[in-house]
Design a protein around this ligand. Structure first.
Ligand SMILES: C[S@@+](CC[C@H](N)C(=O)[O-])C[C@H]1O[C@@H](n2cnc3c(N)ncnc32)[C@H](O)[C@@H]1O
Length: 194
């Protein structure tokens, strides 16, 4: 069985283009097989997008998949965005989606922050739960190292995927973890770098 987080060049393409609305702004997005949430924006991703307040400065969309979070926030708030993922196929979609939506972003293949230098004003993450807790908590720890002072880390998680324990781990890392949204089994969390 093929999972979105595994590189599988043998997987046949299944390109799907669909619309996503952020307020009254329309985005055209293309997904492929082997990429997270093909053909529609994942409900948790949608919730994260609709919960984050207006942002400014630089944004890292960590584990960007086909790039919806970075593209939408970059366009909505005029941010300088970096879109990063370990999955080449996802990044090909992310690059296409940047072009399709007139967003100039850096698109980087990186396992965690291996190829992402510098500090960011905001980092967003819908974590790769299926990659395991070690990977997810590793991304949390690396994000804490790559935020500029005053910067914010936004994470969306399902309670059944361990959001309560993730909130405790994030509090220990950052010294704070606000729950911005908590309903229907979802949590959107914000940690601020002191
Ligand atoms: C739940 S998906 C979210 C995708 C996208 N942000 C969205 O909301 O539609 C998690 C993403 O993390 C990526 N990922 C998994 N392990 C990673 C790692 N070690 N470093 C960077 N990205 C990783 C996966 O390839 C996947 O695209």
């Amino acid at each position: 069985m093929s999972h979105y987080f595994a590189e599988d060049p043998a997987l046949p393409d299944d390109l799907r283009t669909f619309a996503y609305y952020y307020g009254n702004q329309k985005f055209m997005l293309t997904s492929n097989s082997g990429v997270f949430s093909p053909g529609h924006v994942d409900p948790a991703t949608d919730l994260l997008l609709k919960t984050v307040p207006p942002l400014q400065g630089s944004l890292l969309d960590l584990g960007c998949g086909y790039g919806v979070i970075g593209i939408v926030l970059a366009k909505a708030f005029g941010l300088e965005a970096t879109l990063a993922d370990v999955n080449r196929r996802a990044l090909d979609c992310a690059a296409l989606n940047c072009r399709q939506n007139d967003v100039a972003a850096q698109v980087v293949q990186s396992d965690g922050f291996a190829h992402i230098p510098g500090l960011f004003g905001c980092i967003t993450l819908n974590p790769p739960i299926h990659a395991g807790k070690e990977v997810v908590y590793g991304l949390f720890a690396q994000a804490a190292q790559h935020l500029a002072p005053g910067g914010a880390f936004y994470v969306v998680m399902l309670e059944k995927h361990g959001a309560p324990s993730a909130a405790r781990a994030l509090s220990a890392l950052f010294g704070n973890c606000e729950i911005l949204y908590k309903k229907k089994g979802h949590r959107v969390m914000r940690c601020t770098k002191s």
